[in-house]
Design a protein around this ligand. Structure first.
Ligand SMILES: NC(=O)c1ccc[n+]([C@@H]2O[C@H](COP(=O)([O-])OP(=O)(O)OC[C@H]3O[C@@H](n4cnc5c(N)ncnc54)[C@H](OP(=O)(O)O)[C@@H]3O)[C@@H](O)[C@H]2O)c1
Length: 366
């Protein structure tokens, strides 16, 4: 660890470093980070050289970031999604995904060691995100990085794959031989869901754009329907045990529900908890969203005999370990379309906002 600290000192002279010898830990007290002072456009993202790094809690890990991917949640949060939670906590640091090296560990951390390469993702509501040289995650949000992939490749995986994992394994509890429909299999979450389901021995059908078809079939999906060129309802064959809807508009919800078997699970990624809270404030918005969800659950149970849920990403150390194992074996990949240095974070967000880049974008930190 001393070696790591002196190494870090040499490479990052702009940082102030501090040794806590008694607990054999090395802390960085300030580092570069992208701050969001208020909600709005990409130009608000402000890369600062000297943002303070909090002291680690016992279960936390300080990670020297090498690559952080951009998720739709980052651009949405920047624009004000979740303001009912985040407004009082501004300035924020955006970013959920990370790949890097352990720089220091809290006193109760047992599974990771300083210097180890790790990847992982923060919970959706974390305030101090990963767009920084030194991010803080809890031990169960991290796993050793698959050795067979780069930091850039690794950083694209955890948030999307854990979202898919939560839906498929915790909510629908998919098992071998079941049939899954993924609406929007071309995106990061949809593509992760396809690969997780194929690895679990499920039969997967998906809708996606034409540019994604080849990649999706190569990943083991049995049918990929081009939603831009085909009539999706005519093209889908048979009924499904579970539907993961990554698009979650009225039309895809209707199709998803109609193609489920009795007792099947419909899961949308577009739950409305945050949007109701943003619109009406937490005190009214949260119960209102719960009422909307309950009403739909009761309606669909009685009209179609199916389970309806809003599904959200959640840290899950068992899930992350399986994701690590599959990524290591080359069975779970999220293609990265473009990388930007962290100094160009505004350009990267602008490109995502304007849909100039459809695939995954990763920010690199040297
Ligand atoms: N609830 C949660 O906790 C949670 C977590 C993660 C993400 N999300 C949400 O889930 C969504 C997907 O996230 P992501 O990271 O996978 O995004 P992403 O990688 O940007 O994927 C979006 C993809 O959706 C596909 N698409 C768009 N319209 C479609 C349609 N009508 N039918 C089928 N496919 C369509 C496109 O794929 P093609 O290129 O194939 O056209 C596009 O590339 C976002 O809205 C995000 O905010 C929610």
């Amino acid at each position: 660890m001393r070696l790591l600290c002196s190494h870090a000192e040499k490479k990052t002279s702009h940082l102030s470093l501090f040794f806590k010898v008694a607990s054999v830990r090395c802390f960085v007290t300030t580092c570069r980070a992208v701050l969001l002072p208020r909600f709005g456009g990409p130009d608000l993202l402000d890369l600062r050289p000297d943002v303070s790094v909090p002291v680690l809690n016992p279960n936390e890990v300080l990670v020297r970031a090498r690559a952080v991917s951009i998720n739709p949640l980052d651009t949405r949060m920047r624009s004000g999604y979740g303001r009912s939670i985040f407004e009082p906590l501004l300035p924020l640091i955006l970013g959920r995904d990370i790949s890097g090296e352990v720089a220091a560990i809290g006193t109760s951390v047992r599974s990771l060691t300083v210097g180890q390469e790790v990847f992982g993702a923060l919970h959706p509501t974390a305030v101090r995100g990963t767009y920084t040289d030194y991010a803080i995650l809890s031990e169960d949000e991290l796993s050793p990085k698959p050795a067979s992939i780069t930091h850039v490749e690794a950083s694209a995986i955890p948030f999307a794959a854990l979202t898919a994992w939560r839906a498929l394994k915790s909510t629908a509890r998919i098992t071998e031989g079941q049939r899954l429909l993924v609406v929007g299999g071309g995106g990061a979450v949809g593509f992760a869901a396809i690969q997780l389901a194929v690895a679990a021995g499920c039969h997967v059908t998906t809708t996606c754009g034409s540019r994604s078809i080849e990649r999706i079939l190569a990943a083991g999906a049995e049918q990929a329907i081009d939603y831009t060129a085909e009539d999706v309802e005519l093209a889908i064959k048979g009924k499904f045990d579970a539907v993961l809807d990554t698009i979650g508009v009225q039309e895809t919800e209707r199709i998803g529900i109609n193609f489920l078997k009795q007792g099947g699970h419909y899961m949308t990624l577009q739950g409305e908890t945050a949007s109701y809270s943003d619109r009406y404030g937490m005190a009214i918005g949260l119960p209102a969203a719960t009422a909307v969800l309950l009403k739909k659950q009761i309606q669909y149970r009685s009209s179609h005999g199916i389970e309806y849920s809003w599904t959200y990403m959640r840290a899950d150390s068992e899930g992350l370990e399986e994701i690590r194992r599959l990524s290591e074996a080359g069975k779970l990949k999220i293609p990265v379309e473009k990388t930007f240095p962290i100094t160009q974070v505004r350009e990267a967000h602008d490109a995502k906002d304007k849909k100039k880049i459809l695939g995954k974008v990763v920010l690199e930190l040297d």
